[in-house]
Design a protein around this ligand. Sequence first.
Ligand code: PA5
Length: 379
Amino acid sequence: MISFDFRNSGVDLEAVADRIPGYLEKIHARNQGFYSAIDEISVEEIEAFAAAADYDDVVVLGIGGSALGAFCLDRVLGSNGPNLWVVDNVDPAFIASIEAKINLERTLFLVISKSGQTIETRAQYSYFKNCVEEAGLNAEDHFVFISGADTGLNPKFVIPENVGGRFSVLTPVGLVPAALMGLDIRALLKGAKTMRDSFLNKSFEENLPFQLAAVQFLAAKPNVVMMPYCQRLSAFVEWWRQLLAESTGKEGKGLTPIEALGVTDQHSQNQLYNEGPNDKFLMMIKVEDLGIDLPTGMDELSFTQLLHTEMEGTVQSFTENGRPNMTIKIERLNEETLGALFMLFEAMTAFLGEFFEINAFDQPGVELSKQITLKLLSQ
Ligand code: PA5
């Protein structure tokens, strides 16, 4: 389903293979639920809720880890039902643009916040609640809360206490929007569970999340470029960017994620990646079956062949220039592979935290800016 090609990474991965048991012990001691909560999800409850819901538009009110997962699910897999809108900003022009596209009578708002305190989400909720009430509608029919248990919001779906925002896509945070879009949440969880088994495996050959963390740590570059050759995965890159940045950026350490897209950025970024500062580890993603292929009309060349050949050319150019790189290969994109990808990167991030000797699961910098903003607002 998912495999790696590390030949151009320039590192000896096996040198750290014996660290797996110790790192797993440390991760377990951190009492994080991202890999166990998937066993406790009430799939039937979420499916029943989605089956009974009859809306044309679903609007996610949330930000950061409470928004990016739903955005990614929509962009990568596409909705089979209502349109999904993710209001992950407080730019009034953006909010107005979404408001203009929805019919309030036929809209469900998902208010998603682990803490229930985030000012952006509270402001979005306050605004749309007024809109709904001014339209003479009953707010109870149009708002559903997904939050921590003790937020006072009376959530319909609870975010487990030990799952942080950016690790929460496989909880109701991502699964409720996914189910409303008609996606197969059982397949998402199946893929995640298969990858979780890999994460808990003490054998280096079997442990994909460990391999992926080790290669980035050993490459010893401060920046990581993720460059999928698949348009749909650009939303996955946005999800990963938060996960990597917010989890590893601590105590003066961390990896800076850089978003890229093949082939588009070959004509925008590749000059820098090939001949600029050699401070990047390049992570390419190849999707073997893109779900459709089209003939270009040039000889026998199809668009998939062109895309994959361009990727090979780019990989070879990076390698010739001594730029460490690797390729993640995915057979095809569906609920199961996306579930596996989410778990792969979450578990990889947990291992990276142990490599860097930091707590990958807190975000004191984010909390500080939230507190300062609230203080400024209260003045
Ligand atoms: O990953 C995180 O913890 C953050 O990005 C949060 O998801 C974000 O700040 C939103 O927080 P909350 O879900 O409490 O509203």
